[in-house]
Every structure is written in structure tokens, then in C-alpha cells.
Design a binder for this molecule. Structure first.
Ligand code: ADP
Ligand code: MG
Length: 619
């Protein structure tokens, strides 16, 4: 039988290798940025078009390449960073495998321009699908520019596999942020489709974090610092009260390289043990420096996983140093650069004695006389019943009395106990609750004609709110409460992009945007079922729910917003409810179009017929 084994031609081998290195446009971003950092650049520009599908370009002012190197860099296993196997144990560069450029050139159209500082002229090379198309001498500035166009042009299956622009863009932002956080001293700029997403001048680490994640981040950070023989730890963790629901801003860097490590994450969480609410996630930006020969970065093609010689010791040191920082912060407040000093207690007040409050007793007060109660409350003796704001109607703009949507947009308040009668007592209610009983601050039990119903309070309220928001948005009858003092909320540029995309739908829920600036929005009106203090929570949850992609159609966009807002605003398990609130909730649920399930398709209630109960007792 004839022999059948052949060596693969280089361009096929490169295409196969490319599958490991380049999964999506963000992988190209990572490789090009890391090469620019390795070339000791101080100014790096990232320019992308259509979430990197049309163009990823990185322009740096680094060392550049000689004519020979410019040609060689596209060969597989061509690297200037290591020469012998031992070099792997003293790495000071991001790259070392010499695979990235060969892989990228195999599956895209690449145009490279490069010039070394001491040379008069530079080199311009075009490679398409591993084929050299042209090489020219050119007048160029110092440094290197790689433009990668039409990624996966020769592998349609991979191209079709790419996600929506929002998702691919998100991945690119993640990679950009990781490199920018690892090198705060380098000036990074990032443009997407012509608009500037980030402009990060070289700065301190704290300033870099703030520049990336918006001004509000500064007050959240607690510094961490520890130096031992096996590791130096630097960076910041967030104060417990700023913990988020999602795992967003969590970064480990080891020797300036972003890494993922479930084990180290666990160490951080252990440091927060007992001071975080269930499921809450702190932000952290932690920089570990270890001797290069005590780690192995070679275990993953994209080099985001790492093996440490002494993991257990690292774990213990990391946990202890974060605990220490958090403890220190509890005793002495951290210096906060952005704090408004006018809000601090003036110095001379601290030494003054506080006046002892005097108690005035109204001897004629009879708590059992209705008349007296009212008089007493309104007599201004310190305990004052909240008066309804005069002209309160004027606080509601756009609230039209439209008979067909009164059920939907009814105010379902759980904040105060002054609920004025059942809101769902018109003909549409199928089963009216007469008495309800809350058990374990979780379920509401109530008797109905055929037996009893047990309602899950959180899911039921989610359903009620969800339908209210949907009606508001789709019927375009958003009821909005005007704020006396507009809210100024800060967001990162990526969050601002999402908000821009969602703006119309948000306006339909009742938000009124007075201004949208580059890094903040001013809100002058909010939906009626949201309180002022909940606004930033609701928006933050919404952005985190939608960061993996905003639905394309406006219908599903509305649906996602309604779901997310219902989730953040619904009364939680563990909240005690008054009988009135319980009744309102159950009535509200059964007035819904789909009372059986929560917006997340979980059952909202179960029923038990009298016969079922009888059977149980018959045993
Ligand atoms: P690696 O980074 O693992 O060495 P790459 O394929 O990414 O492999 O790059 C190959 C070589 O090309 C690098 O070792 C470096 O010498 C050179 N190179 C790549 N990008 C740049 C750049 N932006 N500036 C200067 N040299 C570069
Ligand atoms: Mg590289």
C-alpha cells in the first residue's frame, strides 16, 4: 500500500493554528496591543470599524522593525522575544510564541507599516491570507501600524459564527481595558466607527481606573499593598457597600499580564467573608508581581491562565492583605480626592458640646381619640405626619387618565403603608382576596373559593411590575414623576453607549433625560413605580443585564428592559408585608394577563383545593 502521510503546506498549517489564537476580532486586538506594548511604545491607538469585523488597527510609537524583521514577523514561530527554552522562565514580554502575526495574516488582509527611529525610511507590507501581495519602501513616522481588515474572509464558517456587533464590541472593550489597566503609564486611545471611546493619558493606576470606569469609581476604591518574599501585591478593592450584583470589574494581573484565576478570586471573596450581602460581587484591580521563574504562563494559547509554584501561600497572603485593607478602611476613612470638603464637619464644631434634646409632653394627648391624633400629628411638635405635597398632580407629567390602561399603570406601592384601597377592585379581577397571611416573609397564603392559594411574593411582584412596564412602553403612555432636583449619574463610556442605544425605550418607561453628556446623564423624570433612591440601582442592573447584547428589535428591547426593571424593583423574599400590601399584591397578580408565571417563566403561585387537603387528612 502506498504511503499517505504528507506535511501540510504552511498556509494551511497557519490557518489551523489561527483557530487557536484568533477566535474573534477581540483576539486580534489583544495580540496587536500586546505587541505594541512589547515594542516599548508610550502612545498606542486602537481604531476599529464595525466591532472589528471590518477593521482592527493598532498604531504605536514603539521600536519599529527593520526591513528584514518586517518580512520575518509574519513567519510562524518567528519571535524576537525568546531564543532558547530557558528564556521561558525569565519572561518580561507579553508575547513569546511567535504565532500571532502568522495566524492573523493567514485569515485576514493585513497592511503593516513600520519604521525604526534611526532609519530614514520605513517598510510597508501587504499580506492577504498568508500571501505576500506587496512590499514597498515608504516615508513613515517612527513606530508600527497594523491594519487588519476583513477578518475570516477565507473562512466563511468562522465569519458567520461571529456574534452581533454589540457582543463583539464588548469583547474588544474587555481586551482593551485589560491591557490599558496593566499599563497605566502608556497613553491609550480607542476609536470605534470614528468616535472616541476612551482617551487615557498616562497616569497613576488609580487615575487610570477612574478614567476607564468613570468618576464615581474613585470613592469606591480601597488601596491594597503588601510586600513579601514570594509576591508583591498592589492595587485596589472596592468598599463592601459598593459591591455589585454582577461580576463586572474584577481584574488580576500577574507581572503586568491580565490573568483569570478562580483560585485567587476565591481568596478575594474569602477576605470579604461576612461583610457582603449574599451574591454581591466586589470590584477589584489587583497586581501581583512574582519572580518570573515561579510561574508558568505557557499552559494556555491565549496566555490568560497561569500556574504558580506556591499557590497556597499566594492565596493566604492575598486574603490577609485584602482583609487588612478593608479593616483599616473601617477604622479610618481613606483619603478621597474627589470629596467635597464643604460636606465635612467644620473643625470647630467637633469640640462643641451637643445640646441635650428636651422632651415636651402633651398631657392632653389621648391616643384613642381620632380627633386628637390628627390634631397632635399636625401640631408641629416634632412628630409630623407627612403632608401630601401641595399640587402633587403637577409632579406627574404625561399621566393621562385613560380608562383602558388604569389597571396597568396603577401605582403599586410597597414603600408606604398608606395604600389607599385595593387598586384592582374593578370588574377585571377574577379572584378577590379577602384575607391573606404571609409566611416566612416569602409566601402569601390566602383562601379562595375552591381552597387556598400560595403566592411567591417576589415572583408575583415581578409579574405585576413587568406587565405595568410593558404597557407603559408599548402603549407609549409613560407616566413619569418629575424630580425636584435632577439626578446626575456618571457612567463609563461603554455604559453610555448602551444607554444611548436604549434611550428611546427608557423614555417610554418614564425616564426623562435632561442631558446626555460624554460620561454622565442628567435625569429629571423617573417612572412612577421607581423611587429616586432606586434609580441608579435600576440602571446599573439594566446595563449589566444587557451588556452581552441589546436585542435588535424594539419589541424585545422593551421586553428586556421591563424584565430587568421588574427584577430590580420587585419586593424581595424576606421583606415583611402588611395585610393590605399582601392583598394588593395577590389581587394585582390575578389582574395580570399571565399571572401563572414570573417574567422569567417561574411559577408564581400554587393552589390547593379543599379536596386535596381533605385527602391529606384522610390518611
Ligand atoms: P510574539 O509577540 O510572540 O513574538 P508575534 O507574531 O506577535 O509573536 O510577533 C512577531 C514579532 O514581530 C515580535 O517578536 C516582534 O519582534 C515583531 N513585532 C510585532 N509587532 C511589533 C510592533 N508593534 N513593533 C515592533 N515589533 C513588532
Ligand atoms: Mg505577539
Amino acid at each position: 500500500m502506498s504511503s499517505i502521510i504528507q506535511l501540510l503546506p504552511d498556509h494551511v498549517a497557519n490557518q489551523i493554528a489561527a483557530g487557536e489564537v484568533v477566535q474573534r476580532p477581540a483576539s486580534v486586538v489583544k495580540e496587536l496591543l500586546e505587541n505594541a506594548v512589547d515594542a516599548r511604545s508610550t502612545d498606542i491607538k486602537l481604531i476599529i470599524k464595525d466591532a472589528g469585523k471590518a477593521l482592527v488597527q493598532v498604531v504605536d510609537n514603539g521600536l519599529g522593525m527593520s526591513v528584514t524583521d518586517a518580512r520575518l514577523c509574519f513567519e510562524r514561530h518567528a519571535t524576537s522575544k525568546i531564543r532558547k527554552a530557558e528564556d521561558l522562565f525569565s519572561l518580561h514580554t507579553k508575547g513569546f510564541r511567535g504565532e500571532a502575526l502568522a495566524s492573523i495574516a493567514a485569515i485576514a488582509h493585513v497592511e503593516m507599516k513600520t519604521k525604526q527611529d534611526q532609519e530614514e525610511l520605513g517598510t510597508q507590507i501587504i499580506v492577504e491570507g498568508s500571501k505576500f501581495v506587496s512590499q514597498e519602501v515608504a516615508v513613515l513616522p517612527k513606530g508600527t501600524s497594523f491594519a487588519v481588515k476583513n477578518l475570516f474572509f477565507n473562512i466563511p464558517a468562522r465569519r458567520n459564527f461571529l456574534k452581533s456587533d454589540t457582543v463583539e464590541f464588548r469583547h474588544i472593550v474587555d481586551e482593551f481595558q485589560r491591557v490599558a489597566l496593566a499599563h497605566p503609564n502608556i497613553y491609550f486611545t480607542f476609536y470605534h466607527n470614528g468616535s472616541e471611546m476612551f482617551n487615557l493619558p498616562g497616569s497613576s493606576l488609580r487615575q487610570r481606573i477612574v478614567n476607564i470606569f468613570s468618576g464615581k469609581t474613585n470613592q469606591k476604591l480601597v488601596p491594597v499593598q503588601e510586600e513579601t518574599e514570594i509576591v508583591t501585591i498592589e492595587g485596589f478593592v472596592s468598599k463592601p457597600e459598593f459591591a455589585k450584583k454582577s461580576r463586572g470589574e474584577q481584574f488580576f494581573f500577574v507581572n503586568d499580564r491580565y490573568i483569570k484565576s478562580g483560585y485567587l478570586h476565591h481568596a478575594v471573596m474569602a477576605a470579604y467573608d461576612g461583610i457582603l450581602k449574599d451574591g454581591a460581587q466586589p470590584s477589584y484591580f489587583l497586581y501581583l508581581t512574582v519572580p518570573p521563574n515561579t510561574i508558568d504562563i505557557n499552559i494556555h494559547p491565549t496566555k490568560t491562565e497561569i500556574k504558580f509554584d506556591d499557590e497556597h501561600a499566594l492565596y493566604a497572603i492575598l486574603r490577609a492583605s485584602i482583609k487588612h485593607s478593608l479593616g483599616q478602611f473601617n477604622v479610618a476613612p481613606v483619603l478621597d480626592f474627589d470629596r467635597d470638603s464643604n460636606l465635612d464637619t467644620p473643625y470647630h464644631y467637633k469640640d462643641l458640646k451637643g445640646a441635650t434634646p428636651t422632651i415636651q409632653v402633651d398631657g392632653s394627648f389621648n391616643p384613642f381619640s381620632d380627633d386628637k391624633v390628627n390634631k397632635h400629628y399636625s401640631s408641629g411638635s416634632g412628630y409630623k405626619k407627612a403632608e401630601p405635597t401641595a399640587n402633587w398632580e403637577s409632579l406627574y407629567v404625561g399621566l393621562k387618565q385613560d380608562a383602558e390602561c388604569t389597571t396597568g399603570s396603577a401605582d403599586f406601592s410597597f414603600e408606604s403603608e398608606e395604600v389607599t384601597g385595593s387598586l384592582f377592585n374593578d370588574g377585571e379581577v377574577e379572584q378577590t382576596v379577602h384575607s391573606a397571611y404571609q409566611i416566612h416573609k416569602k409566601y402569601i397564603v390566602s383562601s379562595i373559593k375552591s381552597g387556598m392559594v400560595i403566592v411567591d411574593q417576589q415572583r408575583a411582584h415581578q409579574r405585576v411590575l413587568y406587565e405595568q412596564f410593558l404597557i407603559n412602553m408599548t402603549v407609549n403612555q409613560a407616566s413619569s414623576q418629575q424630580l425636584l432636583f435632577p439626578l446626575d449619574l456618571f457612567f463609563s463610556s461603554v455604559e453610555m453607549e448602551l444607554i444611548e442605544e436604549l434611550k428611546l425605550s427608557l423614555i417610554n418607561t418614564g425616564f426623562v433625560f435632561e442631558e446626555t453628556k460624554k460620561d454622565h446623564i442628567v435625569i429629571s423624570g423617573i417612572p412612577v413605580n421607581v423611587t429616586e433612591s432606586e434609580v441608579s440601582l435600576v440602571l446599573e442592573q439594566l446595563l449589566s443585564d444587557l451588556q452581552d447584547g441589546i436585542p435588535e428589535s424594539s419589541f424585545s428591547q422593551n421586553d428586556s428592559i421591563a424584565k430587568s426593571m421588574a427584577k430590580s424593583l420587585a419586593v424581595k423574599t424576606g421583606t415583611p408585608l402588611t395585610v393590605k400590601e399582601q392583598e394588593n399584591l395577590v389581587n394585582g397578580l390575578f389582574a395580570c394577563k399571565e399571572p401563572n408565571v414570573s417574567p422569567f417563566q417561574k411559577p408564581t403561585f400554587i393552589t390547593m383545593r379543599v379536596e386535596d387537603l381533605d385527602k391529606k387528612f384522610a390518611i
